[in-house]
Design a protein around this ligand. Structure first.
Ligand code: AP5
Length: 215
């Protein structure tokens, strides 16, 4: 089963993709994670992407299509993949169609997480993760049990994404509305779009997604 998770920043794409990786051994293909890894490693792509990402704008189609194409060549995608954060433009959607055809793969579902954008600003600007083991936390909803110490690994180092400030979040949302939401009709024409209430609790969202995958 190969799916796309679609939704604005903070809709829960990464959260739901991680649960599908744990529960179904599917492979998460997050272009955001791939780009952040390139930025952290200081590669040529990372150097080009760093300031664009921090401002909340989209990285060029050429760069993103290139990294996604290379990732789709890896053997593990045969387990079934979850595209998280790709495609984000009409050019990327057309590119994905070509890549899948070339590689003999097909999409089963495009799952759109429907959300209230104002609530998402709060979700995103409050989040932080353990710098050692990546356990996610939130300023208001999920603080470490002992202040300043990771519940899972005991580290005292935490990090926040460079683009998780209100200004960048508003830009990311505007980019979503202008460039990503308009690709939905492309998939609606194929009859593969399914919608889920992304404002429900995490477990309810994953149950709804499971219902689609098993239905
Ligand atoms: P990317 O990494 O894809 O980020 P995003 O789309 O902005 O999405 P997020 O990761 O912020 O949110 P999410 O939907 O995954 O939500 P999450 O599960 O984390 O992209 C970052 C940047 O990289 C882009 O701006 C761009 O520059 C570049 N980029 C990436 N792909 C690109 C592409 N294809 N083309 C061009 N540029 C690209 O959840 C958010 C928070 O909410 C968490 O704290 C979580 O715990 C909480 N939460 C989740 N679900 C719930 C729930 N149901 N109830 C309550 N809280 C919840």
């Amino acid at each position: 089963m190969n799916i796309i998770l679609l939704g604005p920043p903070g809709a829960g794409k990464g959260t739901q993709a991680s649960l599908l990786v744990e529960g179904r051994a599917m492979v998460q293909l997050s272009t955001g994670d791939m780009l952040r890894a390139a930025v952290a490693a200081g590669t040529e792509i990372g150097l080009k992407a760093k300031a664009v990402m921090a401002a909340g704008e989209l990285v060029s189609d050429e760069i993103v299509d290139g990294i996604l194409s290379a990732r789709l060549d890896e053997d593990d995608v045969a387990r079934g993949f979850i595209l998280d954060g790709y495609p984000r433009t009409a050019v990327q959607a057309a590119s994905l169609d070509r890549l899948l055809e070339q590689k003999g793969l097909k999409l089963d579902h495009v799952i759109e997480l429907e959300v209230d954008e104002d609530a998402l600003v709060d979700r995103i600007t409050g989040r932080f993760t353990c710098a050692s083991c990546n356990t996610p936390y939130h300023d208001r909803y999920k603080r470490p049990q002992a202040e300043g110490v990771c519940d899972v690994c005991g580290s005292a180092d935490f990090k926040r994404r460079a683009d998780d400030n209100e200004q960048a979040v508003r830009t990311r949302m505007a980019e979503y509305r202008a460039k990503t939401a308009p690709i939905l009709p492309h998939y609606e024409a194929q009859g593969i779009v399914r919608r889920v209430d992304g404002m429900a609790a995490v477990g309810e969202v994953s149950a709804a997604i499971a219902g689609i995958l098993d239905g």
